[in-house]
Structures are given as C-alpha cells and as structure tokens.
Ligand binder design. Sequence first.
Ligand SMILES: Cc1cc2nc3c(=O)[nH]c(=O)nc-3n(C[C@H](O)[C@H](O)[C@H](O)COP(=O)(O)OP(=O)(O)OC[C@H]3O[C@@H](n4cnc5c(N)ncnc54)[C@H](O)[C@@H]3O)c2cc1C
Length: 335
Amino acid sequence: MAEFETIVVVGAGVVGLSTVLCIQQYLKPSQSVLLVARDFPSDTSVNYASPWAGAHYRPVPGSSPTSAPLAVNEPAAGIIFLKGVEHLEAPPPEYLDSQSAHNVYSHLDEFRYLSDDEVPAGVKWGVEYGTYVVNSPVYCAHMLRKFILKGGTTKRYTLAHLKEAFSLDTNVKTVINCSGLGFDDPKSFIIRGQTCLVRNPVSATITRQNTDGSWSFCIPRPLDGGTIIGGTKQPHNWDPNASPETRAQLLAKASKWFPFASESGGQFDVIHDIVGRRPAREGGMRIEVEKLENEKQIVHAYGAGGRGFELSHGVAEDTVALMLENGLLKEKAVL
Ligand SMILES: Cc1cc2nc3c(=O)[nH]c(=O)nc-3n(C[C@H](O)[C@H](O)[C@H](O)COP(=O)(O)OP(=O)(O)OC[C@H]3O[C@@H](n4cnc5c(N)ncnc54)[C@H](O)[C@@H]3O)c2cc1C
C-alpha cells in the first residue's frame, strides 16, 4: 500500500486557493492537501493582497477570461458579467495600431470601438466589451469553503523559512509556494495600491487613462459589495497608511468621469480606504520546480503583481501541470 503523503500549499490568497482546488482534482488516494498560511480570507492585512483587489478583467495579449464558468454555475462565488468601458486620453501607439488592438480585444464578447460622439470630452480612444468583475473577499472565502468541503485541511502558521513547511505534517515531500512575495527572493518587490470602497452603485466597470499618466477606475463589487474607486500603483512604496489627499483626488476624478447616479450629487458614501501591496517580481511570476535532497520538491507559484485574480486559474493549471510532469499527482483528474 502506498505511503500516506501530505502536500503542503503555503498561501491562502487567490493563487493558493485556486491552486489547492485544482490539485484536489488530481489527488492519489494516498494524498491529502494541507493549506498553511499566515492570513486566511477572513483576515485583513496590508501584506495580504487578495482581499483588496478590485477586481476586474481588462485584456492583455494572450489571456482570456477564465473565471467565466464560475460566474454562471456558482452565483455565490461573487463574480458577475457586465459592461467594461475604457477611455484613454493619451493612447500609447500599441492602442492606435489596429492590428495590435484587434489581437488584444477581439476575443471579448460584444467588443466595439466607441465613436467620437460616444466618449467624454478629452478622450481620444474608447472601447467597450463584456467583462467580469469579482468581489475578491467573497470569492476567496468561497474557494476556501469548497476546499474544506472536498476534504482539505488548514493550519494558521507563519513560516520563518519555506523549508519549515516540510515539517508541518508527518510525510511531506511536496510544498507549493503561493506566498505572494516568496521567501527572500531578491527579485520580489511590492507595488502599493490605494483605492476607496464606496456604497454608491455603478453599472459598468470603467477605466480611464489620464494625460498626467494616472489611471482612474470604478469597479462594482458583486453581491452588494459596494464600488471600488481607484487607484494608485506605487512600486517600492511601503507606506501602510491611507493618504487623505489621495482619497480626495480619487473621488474627485471619479465624480467627474464616472456615471454615478445624479441623486448622489457628486457625494460619496465611503465605506473605507484600502491600502494593499501587490506582490510583484522583476521578470514576472516564478512558476517552477525546485528539487531538494531526499526526493523533496518545491513548486513555486508567486509574484502575480497586479493581476493575481486574472491569472489565478492559469497559474493553478500550470502548477498542476508541473506537478503531473514530475509524478507528484495522479494523471487523470477526479471530476
Ligand atoms: C489595491 C489593489 C487592487 C488590485 N486590483 C486587481 C485587479 O483588478 N485584478 C487583479 O487581477 N488583481 C488585482 N490586484 C492584485 C491582486 O490582489 C494580487 O495579484 C493577488 O491578490 C496576489 O495573490 P497571491 O495569492 O499571490 O498573494 P496574497 O493574496 O498576498 O496571498 C499570500 C498568501 O501567502 C501567505 N504568506 C506569505 N508569507 C507567509 C509566511 N511567511 N508564512 C505563512 N504564510 C505566508 C499570506 O498569509 C497569504 O495567505 C490588486 C491589488 C491591490 C493591492
């Protein structure tokens, strides 16, 4: 009989949670999954990025909206489809090149260019398309619940070193590192984001690029979670406090450019400010296997930066593909 084995996944952010659910489909009867983390979905910490994300899908070359089936099949996941709008005041050359824009946007449902008389004054380039938005804390809690219902176990623990994870159960040969920033990786860095969660509803997600180089956006959170008004992207900025000046600027731009109901009179009903650290990495995410002594292996999956929600399904699938290649899981998915 095969020796019983525990696979330890470190990190309960959107990447770790997506990964444990994917792994559970390929477990051998002799395997189980233990999810170890400092923070879980009911926590809020500036160093735990996932609960702070907007989050919405904006296209980038080569990606696709992979959360779509969940929105249809699992309404409690906190994902909905709605209209996405982009307004750019100073579009970079790649947006003006019609082939390049086509490659990026044409896979989206209901994609179309907006004509000059459909965009607000000052906007040189506008598009709309069908997209999805995620209530990020609800979505993460939903995934955690699914993991537990399928037999997964959890442990709240702060690792001083990743190799500690091999000692957290009796027979651990595989550790998956979904810790966001990794452990002492010199390529990892943070990108501070400040946004503001308000009660005012809005019916579309709108992203506006301003001539001063800043970006403004509003993202409604499904299941009555309010609307995120954003936002800043500040690499290497460690300030954990929300700046009142930044909040005032974000809300002033939002009331000018986004279609909040006229009865709000440009006033916002603020729920709270948000400050979070996007776990970024020079050169992009690290997704690779590291082989250690005594047949132990680490699979790294961290450094998603500002796109963890958009990338999470793909990252989970890539991680599982690496595990299958290395014989760490059963070939055929248990669906
Ligand atoms: C303001 C803001 C807006 C954003 N908007 C979007 C958006 O619209 N779309 C989008 O796709 N993304 C967005 N993001 C980015 C997104 O939030 C991140 O890419 C994503 O949450 C990263 O997920 P993760 O699981 O890698 O990391 P995290 O969510 O940070 O999770 C890391 C996990 O590892 C655990 N951990 C770390 N170190 C240790 C340790 N030593 N011991 C034990 N556990 C440890 C933590 O406790 C946590 O459970 C936004 C982020 C911010 C801050």
